[in-house]
Ligand binder design. Structure first.
Ligand SMILES: Nc1ncnc2c1ncn2[C@@H]1O[C@H](COP(=O)(O)OP(=O)(O)OP(=O)(O)O)[C@@H](O)[C@H]1O
Length: 359
């Protein structure tokens, strides 16, 4: 998959920008601090996920003093062109495919499939379970439309059940009906999350040694309070009094977590920054392999500020590990004077403007 052309209008510090990129090529986006390198990557990411990796506030992406932004791309996917456009105004997203409005997010997310690695990703191990669930959910949503639909129906039922638990006199019968519905949906989601995590870890374990000099074993476990093969109703019966007291559903896939381990110990407790980076890189590239096997094409890879902490040997090792068919964008503040054994292009980014630099 490749972004062939990207257009930004009033997006962050890009007033109007339209630029064509080369398929299957590494694009080095060079610039001093605060010039718009990450903003450009954010625009590509936004078209893929319909959210930013930096903020939950849609408004903060609108250029200061403006009322809306637009991000548009021509994407090549399995030799077919896609025209994608998102306009954001008044906290709302308007989606278009070939200029036709798209109503459902599930019909848009993942058409342009991008994977990001950024320094903040290291917090995957230390941040809240919500972020780890989101990591899995976002990727599954891009891979499977059914997952998106199932997850959103779970969220709808969960909302209704919580609403029922909030009443001064709880209608236990109604709460039970919602629970029965939740259990069925939950089984499907848990199964898909588990399968996805297992296949991701198989790939990540193969890749990890390329980024780490040590012989280490990485693993990930899906943590849930519910036994998928056991009696789910019994698990809920045990916490029902507590649920009435706290007016909310206390167990379920909305509370599950993933425990990442290094040599059998939680990553958050034992891993160095370098080990965490190697782990995340292995996860992200493992993900790219899974996407390739499922769709026959690699996703677009966005590497934000990855190079700053790597020596030249590691930089080379990382680049050599990246599939030749993959279109890649790498932000950097240093001009790289190295020989690469594949097609690379260099761009200068300055105050929201981009220009290609010919060597
Ligand atoms: N909504 C906005 N409107 C206008 N400018 C914005 C907006 N949001 C951010 N900016 C500007 O964008 C610039 C930051 O761009 P970006 O985060 O892409 O930097 P960068 O080139 O990646 O820098 P670094 O190397 O420091 O990470 C800053 O100058 C910031 O003030």
């Amino acid at each position: 998959m490749n972004v062939e052309k990207l257009t930004c209008f009033h997006f962050r510090n890009y007033e109007t920008m339209s630029f064509s990129f080369t398929p299957k090529c590494i694009h080095f986006l060079y610039g001093k601090n605060a010039q718009g390198k990450t903003n450009l990557i954010e625009a590509i990411y936004f078209l893929s996920h319909l959210r930013s990796f930096r903020t939950n506030q849609l408004d903060s992406m609108i250029m200061h003093g403006c009322k809306e932004f637009c991000v548009q791309a021509t994407v090549e996917s399995n030799h077919r062109k896609e025209e994608l456009k998102v306009i954001v105004d008044h906290q709302k997203k308007h989606l278009f495919r070939f200029q036709n409005p798209v109503k459902k997010y599930s019909d848009f997310i993942g058409i342009e499939n991008a994977i990001l690695f950024c320094p903040d990703d290291l917090s995957l191990f230390t941040s809240s379970p919500k972020n780890r669930r989101r990591f899995i959910d976002m990727e599954l949503m891009k891979l499977s439309k059914t997952y998106t639909v199932t997850l959103s129906s779970y969220q709808k039922i969960l909302k209704q059940r919580n609403q029922a638990l909030k009443q001064s006199k709880v209608d236990e019968c109604l709460v039970q009906i919602y629970l029965d519905q939740m259990i069925d949906v939950q089984k499907i989601i848990m199964k898909q999350r588990n399968e996805f995590l297992n296949s991701l870890m198989i790939k990540a374990r193969e890749l990890y040694p390329f980024f780490s000099n040590e012989k280490e074993y990485i693993d990930a476990k899906y943590i849930t309070f519910i036994d998928l093969d056991g009696d789910m109703k019994e698990a809920y019966a045990k916490v029902f009094e507590k649920e009435k007291k706290y007016h909310q559903t206390l167990i379920g896939i909305h509370r599950d977590d993933i425990l990442f381990e290094l040599n059998g110990k939680p990553v958050c407790e034992v891993a160095s920054q370098g080990q965490k980076r190697s782990f995340v890189l292995a996860l992200k590239l493992g993900l790219a392999q899974i996407i390739y096997e499922k769709s026959g094409q690699y996703p677009i890879l966005l590497l934000d500020d990855v190079f700053s902490e790597l020596d030249n040997l590691r930089k080379r090792q990382l680049i050599e590990k990246l599939p030749n068919d993959m279109q890649i964008f790498i932000t950097t503040t240093e001009r790289l004077n190295m020989h690469w054994n594949r097609e690379v292009r260099f761009y200068d980014i300055e105050q929201g403007r981009i220009k290609e630099v010919y060597k």
